[in-house]
Design a protein around this ligand. Structure first.
Ligand code: WT7
Length: 652
């Protein structure tokens, strides 16, 4: 293994606390603590100054408008995400730098290198292709693509012409796709004939077609990734390669209002209906650009690998826009981490000389189980910064990542954020630290938040509470839920008022002011880093005609963090069986996709209810977690609890 400098040191006085060395401080964009104070004193001035690093066709008239529920950034300014991702670098003479490296899953297939100039051409052609299909500024475009470069091209092309994209995770079911296309009112859908997953070609076109059925979608653009044998419906379906071949490579980026809707991304709330989170152009650009730069310490020549799927917000911001606005190389891998074996990720780091790796605790835990021999086989010395996101990371996973992957030299940046926040919000900076297992850190400079009790008072050090973010709100914070601004107000601002955004995450702070995020406090689960409402799984199961009632709660899981457990009451006359269990799982698969699959299905005669008939999920949660069930005296049917204790193997 090549010699690599140690950049992180252990705090001699505190256990498991690490600091950047002088060497790392020298390299990092930010190494001075003072930035926090300065930014906090005037967040609007801080963000405005940072915004100057991007290209604006017209500068803003006013930096921030604090209107309740309608806060805005860079009002009157005109910019474009695609211009900032591509044209800006080409104009600076960096067009020959590599923008994307794409590694296909099959090992025998060659990796693809796409320069900024080439990506620019692809994006312009596709943007013109979309225009030729009638897509105009403001029109929503659905994207249902696997991990192929065209996913980035498609998002960039939409951004270029101001057509908000709505990306749907390619493993979501046709029904999930349909709900999202419907809600967004998309007229065009971009998909692929398929992709490779664990060596198997997966047919995506059929799922896309089914999803588009009954929606406003008029045209389906199909990228050829497999053999091109997919059946195409004349008048509706068009091959991507035919479309771009006919299109001009000339397409000026549209100057868009800073507040122009750049994309919708659907995520789970506490109800069965996912919400279309709205993001802007200007504010989103600034925070995506700056957090990517400072948190991962991006410098020219860096090869940044974010392992998320493009279907999640992490993929939007840290595969596509963040790294590209910084002019570095973004690395994309098509497939599964176990193909052909559990060394694939480390083989990739070695082969492509990855400099920053950004991944999720679930994946780390899964790889730990495969043994240390896998990473030990490869040269990982090009890595400088490691990132984690999506769920609380446990100490063991953190330490393994730090020692076995980072060689005790790389800072671990634990970034807390959400689909709603668009970009990173809470984490410590590589040149400032400290890096502490399970602790995300402080708000990014210019982002002010605190841990509050339910009455809205800041909690004391070490005391549990809820994470809230204060106005002036960070530039990339969502501006609302598409078509449902009431839900937006109620969900985020009813707890602490319009000046304090409620995150739905539990947290506590340490004596240095660092936040430790403990997880969701609402009925949203985090299954292998995928956000899912218990209500979504319930409504999926309820679609099965054998089910009369159902309650879903989450339970901790060693690898996946959390998993759903379903309590199912069958209709009269139907007896539980293995066949019914399979049928129920198939229903969830059809309605949500494999991400919604309950880990356990418990057939019950009844579930605990209040006298008004409301299911007491709190009690079910205690039962599956082997925790005290608490007071049962207010229940309508306390006797069910004993029956369920047996069914779940409750030890008490
Ligand atoms: C929820 C948001 C943000 C991109 C991926 C997830 C949890 C996120 C962390 C972290 C502890 C985290 C929170 C949050 N979460 N990052 N570093 N430590 N928890 O986006 O699907 O919108 O989920 O993920 O519970 O609310 P998302």
């Amino acid at each position: 293994m090549a010699e690599a400098k140690k950049w992180v040191m252990k705090d001699p006085k505190r256990e498991n606390v690490f600091w950047p060395t002088a060497e790392l401080k020298k390299q990092a964009w930010v190494s001075d603590e003072a930035i926090y104070k300065k930014a906090a004193a005037d967040p609007v001035a801080f963000w405005s100054q940072q915004a100057e690093e991007l290209h604006w066709f017209k500068k803003w008239d006013k930096a921030y408008d604090p209107a309740p529920y309608a806060y805005k950034w860079f009002i009157g300014g005109k910019t474009n995400l695609s211009y900032n991702s591509l044209d800006r670098h080409i104009q600076a003479g960096h067009g020959d730098r590599v923008a994307i490296i794409w590694e296909p899953e099959p090992v025998e297939e060659k990796a693809l290198h796409i320069t900024y100039k080439e990506l620019h051409e692809r994006v312009c052609r596709f943007a013109n292709g979309l225009k030729s299909l009638g897509v105009k500024k403001g029109d929503r475009v659905g994207i249902y693509l696997p991990m192929i470069p065209e996913a980035v091209v498609a998002m960039q092309a939409c951004a270029r012409i101001g057509a908000p994209h709505s990306v749907v995770f390619s493993a979501f079911s046709p029904e999930s796709l349909r709900d999202r296309l419907d809600d967004a009112g998309a007229k065009v859908l971009i998909t692929a004939d398929g992709y490779y997953r664990r060596g198997k070609p997966i047919d995506l076109k059929k799922a896309a077609e089914q999803g588009a059925e009954g929606t406003k979608v008029e045209k389906i653009v199909v990228v050829k990734r497999l053999d091109g044998s997919a059946s195409m419906k004349a008048g509706r379906d068009v091959w991507y390669h035919d479309l771009v071949a006919k299109a001009s490579a000339d397409c000026a980026a549209e100057p868009l209002d800073a507040e122009h809707l750049s994309f919708l991304l659907y995520t789970s709330g506490t109800t069965g209906k996912p919400k279309g989170i709205m993001h802007t152009t200007g504010g989103y650009a600034v925070q995506s650009y700056l957090t990517a730069k400072w948190n991962f310490d991006l410098h020219p020549g860096d090869i940044f690998w974010c392992t998320a799927d493009v279907g999640w917000v992490t993929g939007h911001t840290y595969i596509n826009y963040g790294p590209l606005m910084n002019g570095v190389t973004t690395f994309m891998y098509e497939g599964s981490p176990d193909m052909p074996d559990y060394g694939r990720m480390w083989a990739i780091v070695q082969k492509h000389k990855i400099t920053q790796l950004y991944t999720a605790p679930t994946l780390i835990r899964m790889l730990i189980k495969q043994g240390d021999e896998w990473p030990a086989k490869y040269d990982l010395s090009t890595l400088r910064v490691l990132g984690t996101v999506g769920e609380p990371i446990n100490v063991d996973a953190w330490m393994w990542y730090f020692e076995k992957i980072g060689g005790e030299r790389c800072p671990i940046i634990d970034t807390w954020w959400q689909t709603e926040t668009g970009a990173n919000m809470v984490n410590n900076l590589p040149g400032v630290g400290p890096f502490i297992p399970t602790v995300a850190g402080r708000g990014f400079p210019g982002i002010i938040g605190d841990i509050l009790d339910s009455g809205g008072q800041p909690t004391k050090v070490g005391e549990g509470g809820y994470l809230a973010i204060y106005a002036p709100f960070p530039p990339s914070l969502t501006r609302g839920i598409y078509g449902d601004m009431d839900r937006f107000k109620n969900q985020y601002f009813s707890d602490y008022g319009p000046e304090r955004y409620f995150t739905s995450d539990g947290a506590r702070k340490d004596d240095m002011g660092n936040f430790r995020i403990t997880g969701r406090v609402d009925d949203v689960m985090n299954v292998a880093g995928h956000r899912l409402a218990t209500a979504e799984v319930e409504s999926a199961l309820a679609q099965n005609d054998k089910v009369s009632e159902v309650a879903v709660v989450s339970k901790p899981h060693d690898l996946k963090g959390e998993v759903p457990v379903a309590f199912v009451l069958l209709r009269k006359g139907i007896e539980p069986s293995e066949e019914i269990r399979k049928d129920l799982l198939a229903t969830v698969n059809r309605v949500i996709g494999p991400t919604g699959r309950p880990e356990e299905i418990i057939f019950a005669h009844d579930v605990p209810k209040t006298r008004s008939g409301k299911i007491m999920r709190r009690i079910l949660k205690s039962l599956v977690r082997d925790e005290p069930v608490g007071d049962l005296t207010t229940l309508l049917n306390p006797e069910t609890v004993d029956e369920l204790k047996k069914a779940v193997g409750y030890k008490g």
